[in-house]
Design a protein around this ligand. Structure first.
Ligand code: ASC
Length: 148
């Protein structure tokens, strides 16, 4: 029993210490994971965009629910860009300019936190401004790090 719990603790410690890419069995799994998170994020950001751009009526509750998902998704893709996971639409610069890439992902996450706060106000103009700022971080990162 003591041996088992020691083993369990050792496994847990290893899992916590393991680098992010070790969470994926194959590079393709990491690529699929980051593309999936970005795709879900884009879907829900797009639903907010439709309201912000007047293509669908503004509904504050729907907007708030969607930006919550955007903010949650914004945390995820980065673990899927570990060493040896080059591919997809990712430019090699991601691995050559890691500090800049990290800064880009941090910018997005910071803006999505503001976006969540903006959606909670229920004010469309406030939401519009935060949506634009968030979209700016998407674009900046795509311009620098995504092959078209
Ligand atoms: C979106 C989406 C993106 C960003 C980007 C902003 O809705 O899917 O990748 O906005 O187009 O420029």
């Amino acid at each position: 029993m003591k041996l088992l719990s020691t083993l369990a603790l050792a496994c847990a410690a290893f899992a916590l210490a393991a680098p992010a890419q070790a969470q994926f069995q194959k590079p393709e799994d990491a690529i699929k994971y980051r593309q999936s998170a970005l795709s879900v994020m884009g879907t829900h950001f797009g639903r907010v965009g439709a309201m912000v751009n007047g293509r669908v009526p503004f509904d504050a509750k729907v907007a708030a629910d969607n930006v919550d998902i955007v903010a949650a998704m914004a945390k995820l893709p980065w673990a899927g860009f570990g060493a040896g996971t080059e591919g997809g639409k990712a430019k090699p610069e991601i691995w050559k300019e890691q500090a800049k890439f990290k800064e880009s992902s941090d910018n997005l996450q910071a803006e999505t936190i503001k976006l969540v706060a903006a959606a909670k106000t229920g004010n469309l103009d406030t939401l519009k401004a935060a949506f634009g700022a968030t979209a700016g971080t998407c674009k900046a990162c795509h311009d620098a790090f995504q092959n078209k």
